[in-house]
Design a protein. Structure first.
Length: 350
């Protein structure tokens, strides 16, 4: 039997949590093992390392959120990125050290590693000296029965709820430094369009950014705070442009969700984003603030370009399917489970 380390489901929903939920919906034969909700942060890590091996004994364990118990060899781990190693300035020293020690002990021992982009596979090989043969790429996807261009009534309702203007550039994401929200704000400061607004949604809010306060916001900037999942498709549909100038991504799901809602995208030209967003997006150097400003000015002033990006994005996003990702994941898990059963039978016969 295959069981899932479902500790991530106790955390606020992020891209990793969405990945876990979408795959579990499509893999009903996998049983989940989940700690009590009160066990969070380090207590959750302790449960994962000490209690989970007991619960998973005799089964293949799938750990979908980048961590897993070091004592369990019969395990497949999904690693979404290695940002604590690749982008250390975004994390505390203790956090970086924990993940580097964990990954170096865990990943060489497990039966297989799943990751979500070719970029991340290369980084796992280069930084952790792992065999490329042990790493399987299964891209993330978008549920297009949920993320699709919403009706004018739904769009008007979300505008009213969050006080949004008719024309705006949208960012959705966490306050992590690697999301480059400061760079986007600085690019917006000199943007020429005086009719458009910049809307920062997600974990960005009154607490500021990871590692510091929000900078002084330029005019026509709106900070909404966290958005209910139920509002996201209409919010994407309402936006004139979606901007995601992240410095580091293992995959980068929000641009695909925006494309599925018919919203053109401006993304970084680094890490996984060119691989994921491809020719369906406008790409820019995230470290070059003037270039970002020029891209925003060009896109906001060129309706024909926005229309072309919208149509290309709607076609591009169809390449990414949770059903396909689930099938690929199931094949990997079943092969590992069967290999484990054969190894157990061989040792028992001896």
């Amino acid at each position: 039997m295959i069981v899932c380390n479902a500790r991530i489901l106790n955390a606020p929903r992020t891209g990793v949590g969405r990945y876990t939920v979408e795959l579990l919906k499509r893999l009903p034969d996998i049983q989940t093992i989940r700690p009590p909700a009160v066990l969070k942060t380090m207590l959750g890590h302790g449960w994962e390392q000490l209690a989970l091996p007991i619960h998973a004994r005799g089964h293949l364990l799938w750990s979908p959120a980048g961590t897993g118990p070091v004592l369990v060899r019969d395990q497949v781990v999904t690693v979404h990125d290695i940002a604590p190693i690749d982008y250390p300035e975004g994390y505390s020293p203790a956090f970086r050290r924990w993940y580097e020690v964990l990954w170096r002990r865990l990943l060489p021992r497990v039966r297989a590693i799943i990751t979500v982009s070719e970029f991340n596979k290369r980084r796992l090989v280069e930084k952790l000296d792992l065999s490329p043969d042990s790493i399987h790429v299964t891209p993330l996807a978008v549920d297009q029965s949920y993320f699709y261009r919403r009706s004018e009534d739904e769009v008007r309702a979300v505008r009213r709820k969050h006080g949004l203007p008719d024309k705006f550039v949208l960012f959705v994401g966490s306050p992590s430094a690697r999301k480059n929200i400061r760079g986007l704000i600085e690019a917006w400061r000199t943007c020429r369009d005086r009719d458009a607004h910049l809307v920062l949604a997600g974990g960005v809010g009154s607490i500021g950014l990871a590692g510091g306060e929000l900078p002084d916001l330029p005019p026509r900037t709106i900070v909404t705070g966290r958005i209910d999942d139920a509002d996201l498709p209409a919010l994407f549909s309402a936006a004139t442009l979606f901007a995601y100038p992240s410095i580091y991504e293992g995959f980068g799901l929000p641009p695909l969700e925006a494309m599925a809602c018919g919203t053109p995208c401006l993304v970084s030209n680094v890490t996984s984003l060119p691989e994921v967003a491809g020719p369906a997006s406008r790409q820019v150097d995230p470290y070059d603030v003037p270039a970002m400003t020029r891209a925003l000015d060009e896109l906001l002033s060129d309706a024909a370009l926005l229309s072309r990006l919208r149509e290309t994005g709607l076609s591009h996003v169809k390449r990414f399917s949770w059903d396909a990702t689930a099938r690929q994941t199931q094949d990997i898990l079943r092969r590992c489970a069967n290999d484990g059963d054969r190894a157990l039978a061989f040792h028992s016969a001896r």
